[in-house]
Ligand binder design. Structure first.
Ligand SMILES: CC(C)(COP(=O)(O)OP(=O)(O)OC[C@H]1O[C@@H](n2cnc3c(N)ncnc32)[C@H](O)[C@@H]1OP(=O)(O)O)[C@@H](O)C(=O)NCCC(=O)NCCS
Length: 164
């Protein structure tokens, strides 16, 4: 399986939309699915380079198939990453490989990931890429307790070395 990244295109959005409708995925991430209009409006906003100058949005390809997305954004001065894969692509090492590659493109350190405390697969992906637990926080809405995981600069060299 060859995992690669490229910029998100409009054609990817209906696929991402389907991915985030999955009930098990929304439970894992403790993040509710959006209806089509809200989903497309959100992506239109973050894909607008005039208003989102610092973000980076990548599509994850497993061989030639769109498997999901991995994104970087800044919120209240904090650099953050997030990712979402379609269920048929889970359990094959794709998120771990994609995040390791993505982190070589992101210069900001520390960089953070907010993850639901029960999302063991995602916590494992982050740990494999060098993130460590930083603090616990109350999530937005019904998200419950979330763990803030942090990748610091002293880990960057390790991540870059392991992903080449
Ligand atoms: C979380 C998610 C990205 C994982 O993607 P993936 O491609 O299946 O992840 P990988 O295969 O790269 O790695 C998963 C790791 O978690 C482990 N894992 C999976 N389920 C687990 C569980 N219940 N408990 C502990 N570890 C678990 C796997 O064994 C693997 O670790 P290993 O390589 O040491 O064996 C994917 O399930 C997803 O998109 N979920 C819905 C959205 C989401 O939760 N996004 C993240 C929000 S923070």
């Amino acid at each position: 399986m060859n995992v690669t990244l490229r910029e998100v295109t409009q054609e990817d959005l209906p696929i991402f939309f389907e991915h985030q409708l999955d009930v098990e995925a929304t439970r894992m991430a403790a993040f509710p699915s959006r209806d089509r209009d809200a989903f497309m409006a959100h992506w239109a906003k973050i894909m607008n380079k005039a208003t989102n100058q610092t973000g980076m949005l990548n599509t994850i390809l497993a061989d030639d198939t769109v498997a999901g997305s991995v994104v970087y954004w800044e919120a209240a001065g904090d650099p953050n990453i997030g990712y979402w894969l379609g269920k048929t692509h889970w359990g094959k090492g794709i998120a771990s490989a994609a995040l390791a590659q993505f982190l070589t493109k992101i210069e900001a350190r520390p960089v953070y990931a907010h993850v639901a405390k029960h999302n063991f697969a995602s916590i494992r992906v982050l740990q494999k890429c060098g993130f460590q637990p930083s603090r616990a926080e109350r999530g937005d809405g019904n998200a419950g307790e979330e763990l803030v995981m942090e990748l610091c600069s002293d880990r960057c060299a390790t991540v870059a070395k392991n992903s080449t």
